[in-house]
Design a protein around this ligand. Structure first.
Ligand code: KG4
Ligand code: ZN
Length: 341
C-alpha cells in the first residue's frame, strides 16, 4: 500500500520497560505505550535480568495491541518496524527483536535495528527540529556520553564515562541512603530541599579530556555517611543529596560548555533518564542560554525509556535506506559510531 504519510512502529525492551509507539513523519506521536516493571525489581534494589525478560514476554503482545488500538491505524498503513537491537540486557533485547521480526515478517514490512542511545538522542526531535552540527549530552542508567553529530544518523562519541554512568551513581548513592530503586528521582527531590554544604570531589580528569568519572564521587558520598555514623555525627541526607547533585551537575555542565565551543555546535540536546533531573535541566538551560545557542530537553515522559524515541530514530534510518535482515540479533555491545552501510 502506498501512503503519503510515514508511520514507524517502534519497539523497546532493552531494560525494564516494555514499550511500543507509532511516530508519524518522524515528528509526531500517534501512539505511545510504556509498561513499567519497576515494582517487580524494587525489592531487589535493581533490575534482575531474568525477571525483566519474563515480564517482557508477558507484556509485549499486550503493549503492541494497545499501541495499534491507540493509533487507530491498521498494519497496512505502517511503513516499517524499528526495534532496539542494543545495547541493553541480552535476554530483554531478544524479546523486542523477535517481536519486531515476527510483526515485520507477518506483514511484509521493512525491519530496522536501532541503537538505544540514538533513540534517547532522537527523543529531542519530538520537541523541535535538530540543527547540525550539534552536541548531545547523554546521561542514563548505563551511559554518560558527549556525542557530536555533524548530520542525521552520524554519531561521534567525544567523551564517555570511565567507570560508573551518572544514573548508576545516583542509584548507588540512593541505595546507601536507603531510598527505593530507582533512586535518581528521590535524590533529585531531596537535593531541592537541602543545601550543598558538604565538600565532595569533582573528577575533571586530564585538561583536554571530555571523559567522565563518577565512581570516586560515589565512594566519597558513601565514606562521608560511614564516617559520620562511626563518629555518631548526624548528616542531613538532603544536604548530602544536594552536595552530590551539585558535584555531578558542575562536571556535566562545564564539560558540555567546553565541547560546545571546541566543536562550534549550533545546538545542544539533553538525553537519557537522568535528563529528567530538575537540577541538571535548570543548570544546563542557564549555562547554554548565556552562549546564545539553542538547547532542547525532552519532556519527562520521553527522557526515561520509551519506544517513541526508537521509532523516531528508526524514521531517520528508514529515510536513509537502512534495512535489517531477518537475521537481526540482540547486540548488548552495539557500537553507536559504527555506520550502518
Ligand atoms: O535512560 P533510562 O531510563 O534507562 C537506561 O537506558 O539506563 O535511565 C534510567 C536512570 C536511572 O538510573 C534513574 O535513577 C535515572 O535514570 N533517573 C534520574 C532521574 N530520573 C531518572 N536520575 C536523576 N534525577 C532524576 N530525576
Ligand atoms: Zn535508556
Amino acid at each position: 500500500m502506498n501512503n503519503k504519510e510515514e508511520y514507524i512502529l517502534g519497539i523497546e525492551t532493552s531494560c525494564d520497560e516494555t514499550a511500543a509507539a507509532i511516530i508519524k513523519n518522524g515528528k509526531e506521536i500517534v501512539a505511545n505505550v510504556v509498561s513499567s516493571q519497576i515494582e517487580s525489581h524494587q525489592r531487589f534494589g535493581g533490575v534482575v535480568p531474568e525477571i525483566a525478560s519474563r515480564h517482557h514476554v508477558e507484556q509485549i503482545t499486550l503493549v503492541l495491541e494497545e499501541t495499534m488500538s491507540q493509533s487507530g491505524l491498521t498494519m497496512d498503513e505502517i511503513s516499517a518496524v524499528a526495534v532496539t537491537e542494543g545495547p541493553g540486557l541480552v535476554g530483554a533485547l531478544l524479546i523486542g527483536v523477535n517481536a519486531a521480526k515476527a510483526v515485520a515478517f507477518a506483514h511484509s514490512k521493512p525491519l530496522i535495528g536501532v541503537h538505544h542511545i540514538a533513540g534517547h538522542i532522537y527523543a529531542n526531535q519530538l520537541v523541535g527540529d535538530l540543527k547540525f552540527p550539534l552536541l548531545a549530552l547523554v546521561v542514563s542508567g548505563g551511559h554518560t556520553e558527549l556525542v557530536f553529530m555533524k548530520e542525521h544518523g552520524s554519531f561521534e562519541v567525544i567523551g564517555e564515562t570511565r567507570d560508573d554512568a551518572v544514573g548508576e551513581a545516583y542509584d548507588k548513592v540512593a541505595r546507601t541512603l536507603k531510598l527505593p530503586y530507582p533512586g535518581g528521582p528521590h535524590i533529585d527531590r531531596m537535593a531541592q530541599e537541602g543545601q550543598a554544604t558538604i565538600k565532595l570531589p569533582r573528577a575533571w580528569l586530564e585538561e583536554e579530556s571530555y571523559d567522565f568519572s563518577f565512581s570516586g564521587l560515589k565512594s566519597a558520598v558513601i565514606n562521608t555517611l560511614h564516617n559520620a555514623s562511626q563518629k555518631g555525627e548526624e548528616i542531613v541526607p538532603e544536604d548530602l543529596a544536594a552536595s552530590f547533585q551539585e558535584s555531578v551537575i558542575d562536571v556535566l555542565v562545564t564539560k558540555t560548555l567546553k565541547a560546545m565551543k571546541q566543536y562550534e555546535v549550533d545546538q545542544v540536546l539533553l538525553a537519557g533518564g537522568v535528563a529528567a533531573n530538575k537540577g541538571l535541566r535548570a543548570a544546563l538551560q542557564e549555562a547554554v542560554d548565556k552562549t546564545g545557542k539553542e538547547l532542547i530537553i525532552p519532556p519527562l515522559s520521553l527522557c526515561t525509556d520509551n519506544a517513541a524515541m526508537i521509532a523516531t530514530a528508526g524514521s531517520v534510518l528508514y529515510r536513509k535506506g537502512k534495512r535489517s535482515g531477518m537475521n537481526l540479533n540482540a547486540n548488548p555491545g552495539l557500537d553507536i559510531e559504527k555506520p550502518f552501510n
